[in-house]
Write a new protein. Sequence first.
Length: 729
Amino acid sequence: MERLQDESLEGLVELITFHSDETGFCVLKVKARGFRGTVAVIGKVPRIDVGEWIKAKGKWIIDRKHGRQFQAEHLEAVVPNSLEGIEKFLGSGLIKGIGPVYAKKLVDTFGLGVLDVIESRSAELERVEGIGTKRRQQIKESWKAQKTVREIMTFLFANGVSTGRAFRIYKAYGEEAINKVRLDPYCLARDIHGIGFQTADQIAARLGIEKESVLRARAGLTYILLELSNQGHCAYPRDALLSKTADMLEIPLGTLEEALQIEVENGQLMVGAGEDNEAWVYLAALDLAEREVAGRLADIAKGRHPCPQIDLPVAAEWVQQKLGMDLAAGQKEAFFGAFKHKILVITGGPGVGKTTLVHSLVKVLAAKKLRLMLCAPTGRAAKRMSELSGMEAKTIHRLLAFEPGTGRFRHDARNPLETDVLIVDESSMIDIQLAVHLFRAMPKGGLLVLVGDVDQLPSVGPGCVLRDIIESRTLPVFRLTEIFRQDAGSGIVRNAHRINAGQMPHLPGKDEGMEGGGDFYFVKAETPERGVELIRKLLCEAIPRRFRLHAMEDIQILTPMQKGDLGARHLNAAMQAALNPQGRDVERFGWKFREGDRVMQTENDYDKDVFNGDVGRIERVDATDQEVVVRYDDRKVAYDFQELDELTPAYAVTVHKSQGSEYPCVVLPVHTQHYVMLQRNLLYTGITRGKTLVVVVGTEKAVALAVRNAEARRRNTTLRRRLREAFDA
């Protein structure tokens, strides 16, 4: 590679060949002043858009592969100062409400002064045909936002961190973002989705915050507890927490003791007795949630049952005639229990009649003129509950009615739900934070029925609410075990129960491929690479042809983990290429989001009324308005391009993320590559998500490992003890 002399270069960005949000590295095609064609410029810049004017200082190099390039040691983007540049800049989609058409109109109307008009005299924009009050406001707000976002990007870039979350920082803190971060950079790890402690710590070091400072120690303790809560824990032993934090941050224990005391005094953390009576440290919100859940359940359990006196054997006979089927002994016992107790738990595996029992209760309680509400944690689970019960069911979030203006649920202790009976399905999915909101809104005089399969994976969020309620022995629990006749022939149901009992499932198809009858198959794949190829063939050819199922609508890949060839990330990329290879798309946060893609929401977004685990399809990618429109069942939700880190492709999702959902067909890779995640409850949960067909792809050895591994790590919670204390009070 031959080096030439130092130079300066200015010009208009015609094309962005590559730009990394993580490092800022970019490869640009620039219409440079003094050159006839475009020239290649390589360098680093936090953000760059087509139509921007760049100033660069550096050297020309001759690259053996790419030819002559300008290698910029210093590269900055400035607002263009030519009509052509301004038109291209405005038409690039950077400002919402301005595409190429409006960019030309604006430049024709205002000339070189157009950017000043947008900045300072936006009312004049309405002189342009087609721009009314709404579009003018959109342009003004977008211009203001992108200026602040760019400043945040420059600040992050100067401090050596990725600029990809700048929009989120702007949404959280507004124009005060940089001042707030300078004051306490660790706020980023606490408040911004996608920014971890290490990123905040890197900024803190650049800003001169000492490694052993109490501010860093306080932030480190909270960070470790947040990470542990993401693993499901509500608390952690005090000494182990201090030791863990000291090792990670290289901070003396004495400083951490001081930091813990400050956080407790400020009400951020709590110290209390754990299950083993040693000192445990809690995030304050989780400590309060456990206490309140226990107290609320104890209060609801007291008092008179809301149902008037009823002849139970007659009611059972009546409902059996209505449904045209007999209730099994266990179902009858639970049915009677629902009229004797104000709270009860109904649990059991697939095919044991939980849904039939709920339908029976709904029929009788409705006949007695009681007000009923049905809910479940996810949209899919609520929809299924509606279909099977014949009554409307809502997600818990929608039932409680979040109000974006106040940041609260409309229904709470002061404004409880107007119901006599609340039936909650898929209760194993409910974490402690959702549980406290739900039970807070439950009328004290009502009947609460919690339905769920306690042997499934626990909730994604912290806590183990259903299991803790059952193990506390404070409330009546009815475990259904008898498999109904219509489900006894199902390979899915039989194998689920075998796995739950610690027995190897029957793996039909391991020699004969997909031939034969039934609803459960095993396809052998000795290597992960072979597994990916077989899954592609199953989705694109074998399952649609043999079972008349639609690859995009009916088949869901569930995988034990995110990483690896058979992890969700790689499978999503492979299946997008196979099932939806073309169409308008936008690339953000490491993914191409394409029209027609199946996507999943990865966090609760109360303003948009979409929640972690909701699955939809991308209906439109709009470069002019800088948004992606996703259809969730019967409604559409718009995402700014900068908000796309809330979404992930959902051709393949983890088994954890699939809880509460049911799919016509599940394809489940189970390979020794997944060794660390191979657990009995994970395999059981994955298989029970399939409604009419399950295909396991992998090795018998991996299946056997999962079946044998029943020692899922226990979560640190104190709800069991707190329930016993509340009911003894």
